[in-house]
Design a protein around this ligand. Sequence first.
Ligand code: SAM
Ligand code: SF4
Length: 328
Amino acid sequence: MEDPFGRIVNYLRVSVTDRCDFRCVYCMSENMTFLPRKDLLSLEELERLCSVFIDKGVRKLRLTGGEPLVRRNVMHLIRNLGKQIDQGRLDELTITTNGSQLHRFSNELYEAGIRRINVSLDTLNEEKFAKITRWGRLPQVLNGIAHAKKAGLQIKINAVALKGENETEIEDMMHWAHGEGFDLTLIETMPLGEIEGDRTDQYIPISTVRQRLEQKFTLEDIPYKTGGPARYVEVKETGGRIGFITPMSHNFCESCNRVRLTCTGTLYMCLGKDDAVDLRSALRSSESDETLSHAIDKAILLKPKGHDFVIDRNAAPAVSRHMSTTGG
Ligand code: SAM
Ligand code: SF4
């Protein structure tokens, strides 16, 4: 699949549910209205959609959400998608999770063929964790991460840099992550969906975080890539890696290789734009995959050149949907 700007699309992110057991302050409001269950694609429909994308050249698939591991029977989908790795049709199946269910699922994830997972964790301070996630509890997540490590899953910790919240803690998080053998990726907050509070209060450019780290540590740019937008450095003192994701201060759209599918079958060509195509009707209109395949071809032609996020006190969010809908 090639978009109008010559970019090859070979990476699909699938939000398997918009629901979540946390309510992170930058992601959702506390009283979220979720999609009616009747609008959701079944797990079988999601699998069929993924398979057609794989037929069309997708080599990497990430399941996300909402919290993917709270969708009922999600392991059924994961196991079936994992089989496509054995068949040589897919290079990698990964998952982004808040970690709350990893104590239950880590072994099964490994058995299904998952080798790497992203766990979102913004702080190691129990009180701050409860404040940022509203409903999350740190010990449960750390226990989940320990299970994942034991199961043999390679772990990347994703932290959103939050002004006045975890900005002074980044160094501690790096020592912890690198000590455990995990990569750490730092992300800027993006203006997606209405939340309570003001995003200008949360936003801190990753360049500032990097400069602060550079005052104490030797960061060497390395060409390491995981298929995502992070630029990696190796920290000489710890031997570990840090990834920087800078959608706000430096957009990376020129090398974008992905599209995003929601749990209702809407395909978004860009996280920060409204260009979308409904694939659910194409999926349900015929048992053959031809109509669906055509609908995907047409959708890819709508992929925009890039996003133009602005975080400004008076600006509305770039798009009205939350990250939990499109999938992070
Ligand atoms: N629930 C899972 C989790 O938290 O990992 C998967 C979905 S979550 C939407 C995916 C990632 O998006 C998380 O790392 C989260 O921190 C990040 N995220 C959510 N809202 C964001 C925003 N407005 N700006 C930047 N990152 C955001
Ligand atoms: Fe849930 Fe992930 Fe959003 Fe937090 S960031 S509310 S864990 S979907």
